[in-house]
Design a binder for this molecule. Structure first.
Ligand code: 3UK
Length: 544
């Protein structure tokens, strides 16, 4: 494909399905995606994309409408995603770790009319009377042909392509295999503008509520070129493997859009990122050339005894680290034990992907590297004036792949999307050689294992516990110098004598039962009081 580094290099009427379909010209029978269950060629993938696209049109979906994807990383994730591009509908990749409440909120905000969901996630995803949604069709993957609804309020479609009107009381449930079985494997791409929305991702806000971020067809192609090709040097003989899931922009770009843009292949892994031996097993078995992971993921690999002798990692030519800052000691230890150079780069859902990055052969360990060509950066004070060199300031970035707004949040949008510039919310310094160094966030948000944790959300769960009077959650660093949540807890009068390891564990368990486990505090410290402002607001910065 002709390289395009600016939106204007793309045709005005552009559909990002070409990222998949250009491969049909000269490598249709090459393996495009490898999974433990099945391998598929570009032709197989394209046929399935067309079937899914026809099924979407068959239930009456129109361009611009949303399709929710709640699946582990599987071939169905990929084919549903590209079917959305091809039909001009918007793919909403949803975090599989969310609570039913968060999920319901995303389904409602996105107005998704179709939900494609794995059978293991179905129970938490069906609309309830308290959380009504706009979902009319639920397509269940992996459930076998005779799926029945968990909630007892939905209706099962009986044959392929059944496009029954939404039935009172709940959506129509389809089995994936049946849903697409009789659909034609040819489909005309919807005529989309390059600036039509292609994806909608939800990223956590400061109080834990999700912020909806749209990206266009052009953004996918531009990030693929600007970072995937121009920085990473992706090529057709690359095989990518991302521990970060496809529902994150990080995983979606790195492990689907970018490799296919250059004719490379991807390994999809549906297991947990936290089990390092499984991750190592995938590398050993599939022999990827590029690994995408978060710093915590690299730390957990390093924690596996003699991992570089027990697993063959020799296929790796590079590792990418993003989501949170990669401490220099981790970089050095990984290099020493594997010979693999890690490239730390900062990306954001707002920009779709990485915009400041280290480069192969040009890494300054501990830094985020230099701005990626196509993006401009500035470091400014709160008035927007440039800070003097070497001083910490707010990082603003300018580039064509920036989103335009947060869905249904004009106030926050105005604070973040400043015309051509985007306020990242990150504190940075630049050294004399032009490398950017992360210096924390300007809000209280924590990145834990590359995923957002809102201290406010964890606090609100902790105070539900009968012993807790008030609390504050802050970031503290573990042995690998990575940030994890720590809770400072003031106990109620009658519970003060219980302060100790047992109660600390009970509070941690309390959090695990009510939130995704990565949000739990790793340490609980009992204190007599918390520092407050004159207006009674907890001063988290004093606790850090
Ligand atoms: C933080 C980093 C230091 C930073 C992402 C790669 O993480 C991604 O997107 P999110 O929207 O979070 C964005 C925020 O995460 N961050 C990310 N990478 C780094 N901090 N060093 C890093 N290398 O606070 C940023 O504002 O979840 C990462 C590609 C695509 C992405 N969307």
């Amino acid at each position: 494909m002709k390289p395009h580094r600016r939106a204007a290099d793309l045709a005005l009427r552009y559909n990002a399905i070409s990222i998949l379909e250009h491969n049909l010209e000269d490598r249709a029978d090459k393996t495009a995606v490898l999974t433990p269950d099945r391998d598929s060629t570009f032709r197989n993938v394209s046929d399935e994309v067309n079937r899914v696209g026809n099924a979407l049109l068959g239930v009456g979906l129109q361009p611009g409408e949303s399709v929710a994807i709640l699946l582990p990383d599987t071939t169905e994730w990929a084919t549903t995603f590209f079917a959305c591009l091809k039909t001009g509908t918007v793919a909403v990749g949803i975090n599989t770790l969310l609570t039913p409440r968060e999920l319901a909120q995303i389904l409602r905000e996105s107005r998704a009319r179709v939900l494609v969901v794995h059978h293991t996630l179905l129970a938490g995803a069906l609309p309830s009377p308290e959380d009504p949604s706009f979902v009319e069709h639920v397509v269940v993957v992996g459930g076998g042909a005779h799926t029945t609804a968990g909630g007892g309020q939905a209706n099962t479609a009986t044959s392929a392509g059944t496009a029954t009107a939404p039935t009172i009381g709940g959506p129509t449930i389809h089995d994936w295999v049946t849903w697409i079985a009789d659909e034609p494997s040819t489909l005309e791409a919807t005529d989309t503008h390059r600036e039509d929305f292609a994806t909608l991702n939800f990223s956590s806000g400061t109080t834990g509520e999700p912020k909806g971020i749209y990206h266009t067809h052009a953004d996918l192609a531009l990030t693929a070129q600007l970072w995937g090709v121009d920085v990473l040097g992706l090529q057709a003989d690359d095989l990518t493997f991302s521990v970060a899931k496809l529902f994150f922009a990080y995983g979606l770009g790195g492990n689907l859009v970018f490799p296919w843009y250059v004719g490379g292949s991807a390994v999809l892994y549906s297991g947990s990122p936290r089990v390092a031996t499984d991750v190592l097993g995938v590398i050993d078995r599939f022999k990827p050339t590029i690994l995408f992971n978060a710093p915590t993921g690299y730390a957990s690999i390093l924690a596996v005894e003699a991992f570089s002798e027990r697993y063959d990692l020799s296929s790796l030519r590079l590792g990418v680290s993003a989501g949170e800052a990669l401490p220099a000691p981790l970089w050095h230890r990984f290099k020493e034990q594997t010979g693999v150079e890690l490239l730390d780069g900062i990306g954001s859902t707002e920009n779709f992907h990485i915009f400041v990055s280290n480069r192969p052969g040009d890494v300054r360990p501990g830094s985020s590297g230099k701005p990626v060509a196509g993006y401009e950066c500035r470091i400014v004070d709160t008035e927007g004036k440039a800070v003097s060199p070497g001083k910490v300031g707010n990082l603003h970035v300018k580039g064509e792949t920036a989103a335009l707004f947060y869905l249904h949040d004009s106030e926050r949008s105005r604070q973040t999307f400043l015309g051509e510039w985007l306020n990242t919310g990150d504190k940075y310094t630049v050294d004399e050689d032009g490398y950017y160094w992360h210096a924390g966030r300007s809000d209280d948000m924590l990145k834990v294992g590359g995923i957002w944790v809102s201290p406010v959300e964890v606090e609100s769960v902790l105070v539900e516990h009968e012993s807790v009077l008030e609390c504050a959650v802050v970031g503290a660093v573990d042995d690998a110098e990575l940030v994890k949540p720590k809770a400072l807890v003031v106990l109620k009068e009658g519970s003060r004598d219980a302060a100790g390891d047992k109660l600390a564990q009970e509070l941690i368990d309390h959090c695990v039962e009510r939130m995704a486990a990565y949000k739990r505090p790793r340490w609980v410290e009992f204190v007599d009081e918390l520092p407050k402002t004159a207006t009674g607001k907890i001063q988290r910065y004093r606790l850090r």
